[in-house]
Write a protein that binds this ligand. Sequence first.
Ligand code: NCD
Length: 316
Amino acid sequence: MIRHLLSAADLDHTEALRVLDTAAELLALADRPIKKLPTLRGRTVVNLFFEDSTRTRISFEAAAKRLSADVITFSAKGSSVSKGESLKDTALTLQALGADAVIVRHQSSGAPHRLAASGWVDGSVVNAGDGTHEHPTQALLDAFTLRRHLAGGVGDLDGRRITIVGDVLHSRVARSNALLLATLGAEVTLVAPPTLLPVGIDSWPVSTSYDLDGALAKSDAVMMLRVQRERGAAGGFFPSAREYSRRYGIDSRRMALLPDHAIVMHPGPMNRGVEITAEVADHERSVIVEQVSNGVAVRMAVLYLLLSGSAGEQDA
Ligand code: NCD
């Protein structure tokens, strides 16, 4: 297994399936009254969050705790980072604490790569979202959810058609999903206003379309993206929120265009009424809450595979 998980492209087909298969075994634990496994007892996992997060932070925390690791959660607000401490000094502090894994979310694209390449920390680095770049564990939990619904929970996603809609330009979720879904054999179509598609999209393993209705009719799943206002998505990229919803949002009329077996996904947090109506968000074919619970099992699998490997090497 790889040492760090920085990009969805770090996982080849075999490794991606290993994470998904391990997560499937670990999910069974979630139904047991005692959810803990002793696997990572004595190991230290640090959650290093420089950017706001609800789902990802608590999900990694739950995952590490269910594997009996010691968990230190560090959020930049209220820490010395707000006094101007650098990533390097923060990392050296974590190293002094003996972190076996550092889960990092950062507003700058590339920060987790810097941490992994610098030698400032010895442990495994897991990218929990860097700027507009990547969010590999989100892609893994999305693939896990897709596999359960579209492939009977086994194998890959060969030939399944997944449509990703909205603010691709600012979305680390879209990039990681495009990479991982291609590895797993799915066909990905991105639908977005031309202003919200990144330069260089031609090099992504996807096709693009501006016709949402046409794409939905051929989709096994649709993944709606949040309009990322904090990254400037509202400023001049489209005329108004109302116009955006009309062209690129999903409502009940559009949902009816999907084949009967298709599912609706969203990584959260949702802007209800912008990219997705409340009716669709709460629909029985929407799997948004399930994505969150699957996230814990997938992150357990990632921590287990990254850390149990390194423990073996140390013991040897
Ligand atoms: C995503 C993120 O932070 O990149 N959310 C998440 O991790 N669940 C998507 C988003 O913020 O829109």
